[in-house]
Unconditional design. Structure first.
Length: 231
């Protein structure tokens, strides 16, 4: 933050009329031309910056979840790839603390090979400090979604899948989802936050865990002598 980068150097300036001003030449009309500067063609790539990045396959309910916990209003629909660019929402806590959460567009299998818009989506995850893996709990064998998502992230950038994260099991309001919850927890062997972005069920647990992840990130950055990202 605040870094400067010189993309191209300007040429040496010429000498203007003032340089030739003298007692016997009070109105000089002489000048020398300047030298041309560098010319470069640059391709700039914008990467969304946020504390948390929501990662999941298309229609996992990421946009609905972001709308439920923040002030963001991304489009929500029942067809795939509703979100074509990241949306960032701000989650507010007591003491004027704010946590930025990014809704990363849906990833597909093979995204690391740039299938679909893979690289265009995956690059935004690089700038997120911790991750929320959002799983559609109503789908058969939902644990495979977590495995596949981590694989795509790891193939794109080594170590990306190992960033601090939480597993969010969405759509708990559906009967078939509740039946899959215990199997998901058994397969993953870790805590799973089961909730419904549609009904708001158990959103409080997500907000509490999000705060825990954020506080751990802040502590780690300060411990390294760096300033954490602030909004």
């Amino acid at each position: 933050m605040g870094d400067e980068y010189i993309a191209a150097l300007g040429g040496a300036g010429g000498k203007g009329n003032r340089f030739f001003l003298a007692n016997d030449n009070r109105a000089p009309v002489t000048c020398t031309p300047g030298q041309p500067g560098q010319q470069r063609v640059l391709h700039l790539e914008l990467k969304t910056v946020a504390h948390a990045g929501m990662v999941g396959f298309s229609n996992a309910g990421k946009s609905s979840l972001l709308r439920a916990i923040s002030n963001a209003r991304p489009a929500v629909a029942s067809y795939p790839f509703t979100t074509l660019k990241p949306h960032v929402g701000i989650v507010h806590y007591e003491g004027h603390q704010q946590i930025a959460v990014a809704d990363i567009p849906g990833i597909i299998r093979g995204a690391h090979q740039n299938r679909g818009l893979g690289s265009a989506f995956l690059r935004h995850i690089e700038r997120c400090r911790f991750l929320l893996f959002v799983v559609d709990l109503s789908q058969p064998e939902p644990w495979t979604q977590v495995d596949d998502l981590k694989y795509e992230l790891e193939m794109y950038e080594e170590g990306l899948s190992e960033r601090p994260h939480a597993i969010i099991a969405n759509k708990i309001d559906l009967p078939e989802a509740r039946a899959n919850l215990s199997q998901l927890r058994d397969h993953l062997g870790r805590e799973v936050i089961a909730l419904s972005a549609l009904t708001g069920e158990n959103l409080e647990q997500l907000l509490l865990h999000l705060k825990v992840l954020h506080d751990a990130y802040v502590e780690a950055e300060l411990g390294k002598g760096r300033q954490p990202l602030r909004w």
